[in-house]
Design a protein around this ligand. Sequence first.
Ligand code: ZN
Length: 66
Amino acid sequence: MRKCPICHKEMHEDAYLINKANFLNDLYIVRRDESFVKHEAPVEAALCPHCGHIELFYNPIKYHLN
Ligand SMILES: [Zn+2]
C-alpha cells in the first residue's frame, strides 16, 4: 500500500498513463546498463484521490532495470 507523501492518505496504484493521440502504446521507462543494453518496463502510476498527487513507478517484481 502506497501512502501519499503530501496528505498521507492511501493512494490508488491501479493507474497508468496513456497518450490519447496514440492510445494503443503504453509508456515505457528505458534504462541502459553499463554494456549499453536497453532494459524497459511499462510506466505505472499511483494517484491520491484526496489531494490529486500522482507518482510514477515501474513494477520491480516483474521488470528488472538494474
Ligand atoms: Zn494526497
